[in-house]
Design a protein around this ligand. Structure first.
Ligand code: ATP
Ligand code: MG
Length: 92
């Protein structure tokens, strides 16, 4: 029996503010994970694996901007969730 969907990322784009304007780091990534499923991210250095993962946990650096998309975890929109909600989801 397939597991329940727990994480859904739709069309997520992240850019960095730089002296020369916004620089894209993640471009339109979508993925879905069911409870208990493991997903490996593979790509060359600088392709955006870490920034995608940090965005999915609401831990982006201050100079990062989410320019499109959404991240839903267990029914909560992580990109707009309050800090106390995020802390609870991340656990210890
Ligand atoms: N704090 C930051 N400020 C500006 N640009 C950043 C910052 N962190 C990452 N970047 C840029 O975002 C892009 C994606 O970087 P990221 O660290 O996600 O790559 P990665 O796939 O995890 O690479 P690696 O395999 O080396 O860990 C790169 O162009 C990187 O230079
Ligand atoms: Mg990395």
């Amino acid at each position: 029996m397939p597991g329940r969907e727990i994480l859904r990322i739709d069309n997520l784009s992240v850019a960095f503010k730089t002296g020369e304007g916004l620089r894209a780091a993640v471009n339109g990534v979508s993925l879905s994970l069911t409870s208990g499923e493991i997903l490996g991210l593979v790509g060359e250095s600088g392709s955006g694996k870490t920034i995608l993962s940090l965005a999915a946990m609401g831990l982006l650096p201050r100079n990062a901007v989410v320019t499109s998309g959404r991240v839903d975890f267990a029914g909560a929109n992580l990109l707009t969730a309050r800090p106390d909600v995020l802390r609870k989801l991340r656990g210890k």
